[in-house]
Design a protein around this ligand. Structure first.
Ligand code: MRU
Length: 307
């Protein structure tokens, strides 16, 4: 648990992945922005408005790939535009709280719609952590797993370790164990042979950004899992709330991929060069279905949203 009060503390928590996972980044940024403004302005709406644009810009730059961050911050900017100074902080706080509550509801809806793909006895492979620790609710990719388990269906999960920061081993395994759901951790490099072995019925992953044409940015390694799943005839589903769909970005080639520090790869020979993208893009052709809080949807998403 961490108490975050200043903007620097909120940005540091997002950059260092203390708050991570696309929906949680959006919720954390929204609430963090309000708390930081309240603190810095000492509750004075006029002063908060002076700080708002610069704070928003710095927050959005904290991590570029998860669209939920910009989505949440932009939503607060729109609210601010419609509120007089004396009501500004109250209006922002109410909307940040609404973003959190909506995220909880979207996760529940993803879980309920996702029951369709989790029959009794299902064996699911997932990558990274797109569970409760990545959202304000029960997660996205793991939401159907949690709901199926609550409904008494037997379900077991294979969790890719997820190099280099090991979200699968550290977070997904922890979360599922606590929920009493059988979980097996595997090194990322073993996923292709696990898929070939016949031990997996379906793959479910989360998303950091889904573009208008249906391409998906998610934790690096997802693309490789998708290729292997397709090669072995196993369906791969992407689960995400509506806030992760970015109709303003046409294709995956237009997504800014975050690159992280070489230190994350551990000790290396002095002078070794490192390529450490945090995310990769899986093209829509490799995705069997898009599970959202509005049910299963089909790209292009500009048609679905009417944008
Ligand atoms: O770098 P991270 O841990 O923030 O990456 C997280 C992922 O890639 C998740 O799969 C994605 O954000 C969806 S979380 C519901």
């Amino acid at each position: 648990m961490r108490d975050l009060v200043t903007l620097d503390e909120v940005i540091d928590a997002i950059r260092t992945l203390a708050v991570r996972g696309a929906p949680a980044i959006g919720v954390g940024a929204a609430i963090g922005l309000v708390v930081a403004l309240e603190h810095a302005s000492e509750g004075r709406g006029g002063r908060a408005r002076e700080l708002l644009a610069r704070y928003a810009e710095r927050l959005v730059a904290a991590r570029p790939t998860a669209v939920n961050l910009a989505w949440a911050v932009n939503r607060l900017l729109v609210v601010a535009g419609g509120a007089p100074d004396e009501a500004l902080l109250g209006a922002l706080r109410a909307d940040a709280e609404a973003i959190r509550a909506e995220d909880v509801a979207m996760c529940d809806a993803i879980g309920r719609f996702g029951l369709e793909i989790i029959p009794d006895g299902a064996r699911v492979l997932t990558h990274c952590n797109a569970g409760a620790l990545a959202t304000a609710g029960i997660g996205t990719a793991l939401a159907p797993v949690h709901v199926a388990h609550q409904e008494g269906r037997r379900v077991q999960v294979y969790a890719d370790e997820t190099r280099p920061l090991r979200q699968g081993a550290r977070l997904t395994a922890w979360e599922l164990q606590r929920a009493g759901i059988p979980v097996t951790v595997l090194p990322d490099g073993a996923a292709a042979s696990l898929l070939r072995s016949g031990a997996v019925d379906l793959v479910i992953v989360g998303a950091d950004r889904i573009t208008a044409n249906g391409d998906v940015a998610n934790k690096v390694g997802t693309y490789g899992v998708a290729l292997a799943a397709r090669a072995h005839g196993i369906p791969l589903y992407v689960a995400a709330p509506w806030s992760t769909i970015d109709v303003a970005t046409p294709t995956g080639a237009d997504i800014e991929i975050e690159h992280r520090h070489a230190d994350e790869l551990g000790e290396l020979p002095a002078g070794a060069r490192v390529w450490n993208p945090a995310f990769d893009v899986t093209p829509r052709e490799l995705i069997s279905g898009y599970l959202t809080d509005r049910g299963f949807v089909t790209p292009p998403f500009s048609d679905v949203t009417g944008v």
